[in-house]
Write a protein that binds this ligand. Structure first.
Ligand code: GDP
Ligand code: GDP
Length: 437
């Protein structure tokens, strides 16, 4: 079940980023190769009343070379396309402006719920001034103050109440959802079309959760159902903002949320770029299955070492994805494309795999016998037992005398032993240390 998306729109200086920062519990972090984590300014996770959601500050999507008014109109369009609920932010200081009215007119055309918020209502006396905002025709205005943190609870109540119902969003259980993500021009749409050409049993084009996303379903010979999720660049609509990096990262994140398995597409000609790492890192953090596809393999002059050299580069740049298989493909010559669905299926099985506690503990005992647990300040780590508590991604709880003593390197060692014994290729994996009481 993907998280609902909330977008904040409004003209510059009304306080969008201030409100965004207030609502953002945790920035959606994007794994960086060495330094660990970089932050994306426009996208974050929030939580209210136990519901988590993703939040976008559309003000952060800069569309260069566009005049002021068309910038904010485009931002409003992005919100309409991408969000489940839109917060339209205005400011009590300037009152209702022409720009506000223009944004409102765009928002009327959408059937997405719009919540009107009036910012900078820093004290109760100013509340009387918000009634002017009824003239925008978007219902009751919510007074808030980003700098003082006022009114946000009522605003969030209303946002959450407007989320799509669970049934509306429910997606069938027995379908494997996958998507192609990557920078513009790596060949995502060519891959989609080529695969559709190969797979003869296309079930239908079905509308996804976002009204204008078009997913495609197909079934393999064994009756396994696949859903190919529409991603940025696949059904190009020719809008200016589609080529901006922020927008394409945002679309990618949205597609990743809805996927079980993510195909991270790289361009063999151009090698690995910074943006490739961002989206791959997000898929990893989100616990999704991952396959690395090196597309345009036909364009390289190859000798016996080419594949090996490419693999070494990928392993070095994407160290956290050591579990992800790499496939070298071409959307043009169709090389290896027919093997993709089988690989996806294999990884889907791996991410749903459950290992019995007794088998797991055999592996654990054996691992500890070969590589004794570390000591820290005279205290030795003791591992009592381990049990799998979840799938997708496989999650294991290991009971120990003191979780602090389970250092990263020993955790890595245990993970590798488990991976050596059971097939978890293509799926990230969580190991949680708990103190045994
Ligand atoms: P954005 O351009 O819409 O993202 O607006 P910012 O969040 O950057 O805020 C613009 C200015 O308004 C900054 O100087 C903020 O400090 C100020 N501001 C934001 N929220 C409030 C508020 O609730 N009250 C007051 N008085 N100022 C605010
Ligand atoms: P997207 O933006 O990621 O969807 O990329 P496209 O599918 O639009 O492809 C961008 C360009 O790369 C197009 O000109 C494609 O014809 C070309 N292309 C895509 N896949 C391949 C491939 O495997 N080999 C070669 N030689 N060109 C490709």
């Amino acid at each position: 079940m993907p998280n609902p998306v909330v977008a904040i729109v409004g003209r510059p200086n009304v306080g969008k980023s201030t409100i965004f920062n207030r609502l953002a519990g945790e920035r959606i972090s994007i794994v960086d190769d060495v330094s660990g984590v970089t932050r994306d300014r426009i996208y974050a996770k929030g939580e209210w009343l136990g519901k988590t959601f993703n939040i976008i500050d559309t003000g952060g999507i800069d569309i260069t070379d566009e005049p002021f008014m068309s910038q904010i109109k485009l931002q409003a369009q992005v919100a309409i396309e991408e969000a489940d609920v839109i917060i339209f932010l205005t400011s009590v200081r300037e009152g209702v402006t022409d720009a506000d009215e223009n944004v409102a007119r765009i928002l009327y055309q959408s059937d997405k719920p719009v919540i009107l918020a009036v910012n900078k209502v820093d004290n109760p006396e100013m509340r009387a001034e918000i009634f002017d905002f009824y003239s925008l025709g978007l219902g009751e205005p919510y007074p808030v103050s980003g700098s003082h943190g006022l009114g946000l609870g009522d605003l969030l109540d209303s946002v959450v109440a407007n989320f799509p119902s669970e049934d509306e969003n429910a997606e069938e259980e027995d379908i494997i959802n996958f998507s192609f993500i990557g920078r513009p021009n790596v060949g995502k749409s060519s891959l989609v079309n080529a695969i559709l050409g190969e797979e003869r049993v296309i079930v239908s084009n079905i509308a996804g959760t976002t009204r204008d996303a078009i997913d495609t379903m197909f079934v393999d010979e064994e009756g396994t159902k696949f859903r190919m999720i529409d991603t940025a660049g696949i059904r190009k609509k020719g809008k200016v903002y589609e080529s901006t990096e922020k927008y394409s990262v945002m679309r990618a994140i949205r597609a990743i949320e809805r996927s079980d398995i993510v195909m991270v597409v790289l361009n063999a000609e151009e090698g690995i770029q910074e943006q490739d790492k961002k989206v791959a890192g997000y898929a990893h953090e989100a616990g999704k299955g991952i396959i690395i596809l090196v597309n345009k393999w036909d364009t390289l002059e190859k000798d016996n070492h080419t594949m090996k050299e490419f693999e070494e580069k990928i392993r070095k740049e994407f160290q956290y994805l050591s579990y992800a298989p790499i496939m070298y493909v071409s959307a043009v010559t169709k090389q290896r494309l027919s093997t993709i669905p089988a690989k996806i299926k294999e990884i889907s099985e791996n991410q749903n795999r459950r290992i019995s506690s007794s088998l797991l503990n055999d592996v654990l005992m054996d691992a500890v016998a070969h590589n004794p647990t570390p000591t820290d300040k005279g205290r030795r780590l003791k591992i009592y037992y381990m049990t799998q508590v979840a799938v997708k991604p496989p999650t294991f709880v290991v009971f120990v005398n003191d979780p602090e003593l389970l250092h990263f390197s020993y955790e890595r060692f245990l993970e590798n032993r488990i991976r050596d014994s059971f097939d978890f290729e293509g799926t990230p994996f969580h190991l949680i240390a708990r103190q045994k009481k």
